[in-house]
Design a protein around this ligand. Structure first.
Ligand code: FES
Length: 165
């Protein structure tokens, strides 16, 4: 499938590139922009971005496959990523994952039928001091309890994106 970077994207991309000493340093922010537009980063989008930045496709793909924040297939409006590493595991991450599976009726890697939620278990999010940590799209929610999770899910279902503070 042909994929073209839109003029709007290119305008935003130029502003982002201008913040960095080298254009290739803008790779991750630009991938996030692409993901915001489409909900995921398709192979064709990686290809288009590699041409735009003058980078090898393999480098773009390596970044997208390394970071779990990038979706390579269409994801729900809210991508719920539960950290499963040791600090979060000991602070209750398995219970959070189980609660999310039960509440949403999906397993990890799946998306709810209404397209609202995708669930993933991911490696350390680098916020171990706030374990257990849940990432929703690009935002972190720390010290998540069952009660906080209920409130968060209800807010998201009703289109209210909660503050991370
Ligand atoms: S172990 Fe969960 S954020 Fe590091």
């Amino acid at each position: 499938m042909a994929f073209t970077l839109t003029d709007e994207f290119k305008q935003r991309a130029e502003k982002i590139c201008a913040r960095y000493p080298r254009r290739d340093a803008a790779l991750i922010p630009l991938l996030l922009e692409l993901q915001r537009e489409a909900g995921y980063v398709a192979e064709e989008a990686m290809d288009a971005l590699s041409g735009y930045l003058g980078l090898p496709y393999s480098r773009v793909k390596a970044v997208v496959t390394f970071y779990t924040m990038f979706n390579r297939v269409p994801a729900g409006k809210y991508h719920l990523q539960v950290c499963r590493n040791i600090s979060c595991h000991m602070a209750g991450a398995p219970g959070l994952l189980a609660a999310l599976r039960a509440r949403l009726g999906i397993e990890e890697g799946e998306t709810t039928k209404d397209g609202l939620f995708t669930l993933s278990a991911v490696e350390c999010l680098g916020a171990c001091g706030d374990a257990p940590v849940l990432q929703v799209n690009e935002d972190y929610f720390g010290r998540v309890t069952a009660e906080k999770l209920d409130v968060l899910l209800e807010d998201l279902k009703h289109g209210k994106y909660p503050s991370t503070r």
